[in-house]
Every structure is written in structure tokens, then in C-alpha cells.
Design a binder for this molecule. Sequence first.
Ligand code: NDP
Length: 297
Amino acid sequence: MKILLFGKNGQVGWELQRSLAPLGELIALDRHSVNGLCGDLSDLDALRAAIRQVKPDVVVNAAAYNAVDKAESESELADLINAQAVGVMAEEVRSLDAVLIHYSTDYVFSGRGDTPWRESDGASPLNQYGASKLAGEQAIVASGCKHLIFRTSWVYCTRGNNFAKTMLRLAKERETLNVIADQIGVPTGAELIADVTAHAIVKVNQHPELAGVYHLVAAGEVSWHGYASHVIGFAQNIGEQMRVTGIHPIDSAAYPTAARRPLNSRMSTQKLQENFNLRLPDWQSGVNRMLMEVFNK
Ligand code: NDP
């Protein structure tokens, strides 16, 4: 099997380089050109040419425009990377009769209510980033290519920056922290996403009828405030010195951002677990593992 991976150095892309390697020949690109292959999603012609040159059996797209607040003022760029480029991939995958693996987000939903979103629920994004990601999903479906779209949320990876590391840094610097408590979602490790992706690629090749949209998040739910409290408590329990004495819950309204965020980002993973015969671990186990790596314990 020949796999072409875009966005190899992002959180998910980094872990995919590991999890996809045993499946076959892996050609992994970042936004720069390698051996004449262009991995820059903003150059649609070069992107098309790269896929035509490689002729992969599977295209995995881990590249994305992810700057949620900036997307409010850069909606054309967000649309180019998250929708138009994805549409080009989908067209090429369709003509190769290959498979496209793509990632989307809880931000396609409005955030209303408090029940977990199902794949069949209507999307209604609150911000430009969410709208561009939804347009990418729609381009894939419209192309008629064989695909797996995994909607995930609150992604973290040991490598690079993430919310947990930011909270740990602030907890060492400040006595009090104010953290949003009315947005509920699930921290999901890039490792988990990458491992499930590898499993799903094998399975969808054997059972093409499994193609479609899936929610892929760890089990459980938490607010940003609960997540921060967990991370800081864990660090204190393993002996890390923290200056913080109070972690205060605040509402989203007290922390205005350029882009509106959904309050309810819960997503049901029942379809994924049943169709792919998987059991998704709770979010704490992945976060704790990441923290042990961060603290080198
Ligand atoms: P990252 O931001 O870690 O990685 C995105 C990658 O895309 C980066 O390596 C970036 O490269 C690359 N990229 C950006 N623009 C271009 C371009 N024009 N051409 C080529 N590559 C480009 O994202 P994640 O790994 O966290 O996200 C993976 C997927 O999951 C995405 O589809 C995202 O929308 C989705 N998702 C992520 C969430 C999160 O919390 N992070 C939540 C929900 C969904 P460079 O470093 O050079 O800019």
C-alpha cells in the first residue's frame, strides 16, 4: 500500500508518521517541496500534480489552517487550505479510486444543548474556521471519493505547545488562574487519533462500506477548567512545585475572543466504536501519559 501524508509535522501528522509507517510505503510531506513533490496546500495546481505523480492508494490529510481566531479575518486563506485544497485531494483520490483520510472538528456544530453530537446531526458552525472545515467535508462528500472523515476535538501532543503545557507554565508563574468552565469537550491525544487512523485504513480497505464520517475523541467529557485543574493537580501529585493556589472557573463571556466557540463540544463515538470494533480510552489516561512524558517521569 502506498500512502501519501500531508501535514507531517503537525500534532496529528507527527504521530501518523509513526502509526502509518508499518502499513506500507509512506511518503510524508510538510508544506515544503521534497523531490519535486509539493506539500503546500495553498498551491492547488502543485498539490494536484503531487498526487498525480505519487499515485497513492491512500491520501491522509493532517494539514489544516487551524488559527481559529485569525480565521475570522483570514477567511479566504482558511477556505483555501481547509476547503479548496481538500476538494482537490478528493477529486484526485476519486480518479485514482484511492481512499482519502481527513480530519475535521467539533467546531462544525453550533454548540447548543448538552447531549453528545452524532454524525447525523446537522452542522451549523459558529465561526469561520468551523465553516471552512465544514466546506472541506462537503467537498469530499460531493466528489464521491471513498473517504474517512474523523471529527475530533481539543487535540494535544507531547511535542510542541498545547493547552496543558500552557496551564502548567502559568501555574508556575501565577497565584491564580481564571479558566473557562462553560465549554465542555474532550481532550484527545494525537497518538490516539493516529493509532485509530491506522486501524481504520486497514479495515476500510477490507470493508469499503465502512467509509464515511466518524467522531473520534477520547471517552468522557470535561470543561477547560476541569482539564486545567486535572493537569495542575497531577503535576502537584508527582512533586512539581506550583505557585498557583486558586484555579477559578469563568464563563466564555468573561474571555472574549475573535471567534465564537461552541459550548457543547461533546461528540458520540458510538458509530466509530461499533463499526471499527474499537474501545476508546478515557481522556485522563492519554493526558496523564502525556504529562509523564513532559515531566520525563
Ligand atoms: P496542527 O496545527 O498541529 O498541524 C497542522 C499542520 O498543517 C501544521 O504542520 C502546518 O504546518 C500545516 N499546514 C498549515 N498550512 C499549510 C499549508 N498551506 N500547506 C501545508 N501544510 C500546512 O494541527 P493538528 O495536528 O492539531 O490538527 C490535525 C487535524 O485535526 C486538522 O484537520 C484540524 O483541523 C483537526 N482538529 C484539530 C483540533 C485541535 O485542537 N488542534 C481540534 C479539532 C480538529 P506549519 O507548521 O508549517 O504551519
